[in-house]
Design a protein around this ligand. Structure first.
Ligand code: FES
Ligand SMILES: [Fe+2]
Length: 391
C-alpha cells in the first residue's frame, strides 16, 4: 500500500482500505520504515511539525515571581519564558534585536533583560528600554523595537509554546483534556516537580511514541504494569481530538504498595493517561498521582524521554520517589529494549511494513491508536495547507 491510500482525514478504528480491483478489504499496513530512518524526514518534522504544534516548555513553578525566567528550545529555536511586573507570562525568541546575541541562559530572576553583547536593555514585556548611545542615532525610535513574541499557554501549570502565531488554542487540539485532568488530579494547580528521570533511547521518536500509545505489547512485556496497575481486558486508547486517551479499570487496589484513600474523590482509584500529539503525555496513577512523559527528538535515531513526577508544592514524598524508581526499573526499562530492537529492525532490508491489528471492538489487543498516530505522522510532513495548518 502506498501513502496516498492512507492519507486523508483522521482515521478511526472503523477505517478500512479497499482494494480497487475487488471489494476484498485489505489490511492497513504500518508506516514505511523510511519515516523512522530517513534524516530528510526528521528535518522536515523539525521545520514543520515541531514549529506548528504545542510543545512542552517547562513548569510554571519556575516562573512564580515577577522577573523569573527560564530558557528552552523548540525546533532548534532558542526561546525563553518570563513573568512581567504585572504577573503576566510571556514567551520570546531568545535573540537581541540589535545584532542577534542571545539574551538569557538557563533559569533565574532578573529586573530587566540586558543583552550581554552591548547592553541593550528590554523590559520584562519585551519592549526596548534603552541602549548605550542609541540617542545619538537620528530617527532611532525605541518604541518600535521589541523582542519577537512566541505563543505560550499554561495548561494546569504546564507551560506549552507554539511557534505558529495562528495556532488553534490547546483546548481545540485536545478537547476535554483540561477538565478531565482537573477531575483526575483535583490538586493539579498546586503541583510542582519533585523528580525528573531522563531516559535516552536509541530509536526514532515516533517508535517510542507508538510504543507508548498501544498496549498490544503490554501483557507479554510489562508484567508489573499489566498485573499491578491495569485490568488488561478493560484497557482502551481512543483519539480525542489530537489527544490519545488511555482508559482502564485499575487492578488490585487493595494490594497497592502505597495507601490510597478511595473516598477522597471520584477518580482516586483510577489509572488514566492523555497523550498530547506529538510529544507529551499526562499520566495518572491510582491515588491521583500525576506523572508526565516528554519526548525530546534528538536526531533521526535518538530520543530522550523525560519522566516528570509531581507532588503538592514539590514536597518530598517517599511514595512518589519509590513509584518513580519502580517505574524506571520496570515499564521504562522494558520499553527501552523493545523500541531499540524495533529501530534496528526498521533499518533491516528484510522488513516490509506489516498489517496493523485493527480490531473493530478496539481494546488492549488492537492497534487502532497506532493507526491514528501514523496518520498524524504522515500529515506532519505534508506541505501546510491553509485549512489544516494546525495539523
Ligand atoms: S547584540 Fe544585543 S546589544 Fe548588541
Ligand atoms: Fe510499553
Amino acid at each position: 500500500m502506498n501513502d496516498a491510500m492512507n492519507s486523508g482525514s483522521i482515521p478511526t478504528h472503523r477505517t478500512k482500505a479497499v482494494n480497487d480491483s475487488d471489494s476484498t478489504p485489505q489490511p492497513i499496513r504500518s508506516l514505511e520504515a523510511r519515516y523512522y530512518t530517513d534524516p530528510d524526514i526528521f528535518h522536515l518534522e523539525q521545520a514543520g511539525l515541531l514549529a506548528r504544534t504545542w510543545q512542552f516548555a517547562g513548569h510554571s513553578s519556575l516562573v512564580n515571581k515577577p522577573g523569573d525566567y527560564f530558557t528552552f528550545t523548540i525546533a532548534g529555536e532558542n526561546l525563553f519564558c518570563v513573568r512581567d511586573r504585572e504577573g503576566e507570562l510571556h514567551g520570546f525568541y531568545n535573540v537581541c534585536q540589535h545584532r542577534a546575541h542571545e539574551l538569557l541562559s538557563g533559569e533565574g530572576n532578573t529586573r530587566e533583560v540586558v543583552c550581554p553583547y552591548h547592553a541593550w536593555t528590554y523590559t520584562l514585556n519585551g519592549q526596548l528600554r534603552t541602549g548605550p548611545n542609541v540617542n545619538s542615532v537620528p530617527g532611532f525610535d525605541r518604541s518600535r523595537i521589541c523582542l519577537t513574541p512566541v505563543r505560550i499557554e499554561v495548561f494546569h501549570g504546564f507551560v506549552f509554546a507554539n511557534l505558529d502565531t495562528d495556532a488553534a488554542p490547546m483546548d481545540d487540539w485536545f478537547p476535554g483534556v483540561r477538565e478531565e485532568l482537573e477531575a483526575y488530579v483535583p490538586h493539579i494547580e498546586r503541583l510542582q516537580p519533585l523528580e525528573w528521570i531522563d531516559t535516552p533511547e536509541a530509536c526514532n521518536w515516533k517508535v517510542s511514541v507508538e510504543n507508548y500509545s498501544e498496549c498490544y505489547h503490554c501483557t507479554l512485556n510489562h508484567r508489573a504494569f499489566a498485573t499491578g496497575v491495569i485490568k488488561p481486558n478493560t484497557y482502551d486508547i481512543q483519539p480525542q481530538g489530537h489527544c490519545l486517551r488511555h482508559t482502564t479499570a485499575s487492578a488490585n487496589l487493595d494490594r497497592m504498595s502505597y495507601p490510597i484513600d478511595l473516598d477522597s474523590n471520584e477518580h482516586a482509584g483510577e489509572y488514566s493517561s492523555w497523550f498530547l500529539w506529538p510529544m507529551f503525555s499526562f499520566q495518572v496513577y491510582p491515588g491521583n498521582i500525576l506523572n508526565t512523559y516528554h519526548w525530546r527528538a534528538e536526531s533521526t535515531d535518538h530520543v530522550t524521554v523525560w519522566r516528570g513526577w509531581y507532588t503538592i508544592d514539590g514536597t518530598d514524598s517517599e511514595v512518589v520517589r519509590r513509584l518513580a524508581s519502580q517505574d524506571r526499573a520496570t515499564t521504562v526499562e522494558e520499553d527501552i529494549h523493545l523500541v531499540e530492537s524495533v529501530q534496528r529492525g526498521l533499518n533491516s532490508r528484510g522488513y516490509k511494513p506489516g498489517p496493523l491489528v485493527l480490531d473493530p471492538a478496539c481494546g488492549l489487543r488492537s492497534e487502532h491508536s497506532v493507526h491514528a498516530l501514523q496518520q498524524w505522522m504522515r500529515d506532519a510532513i505534508k506541505p501546510v495547507k491553509n485549512h489544516d495548518k494546525h495539523l
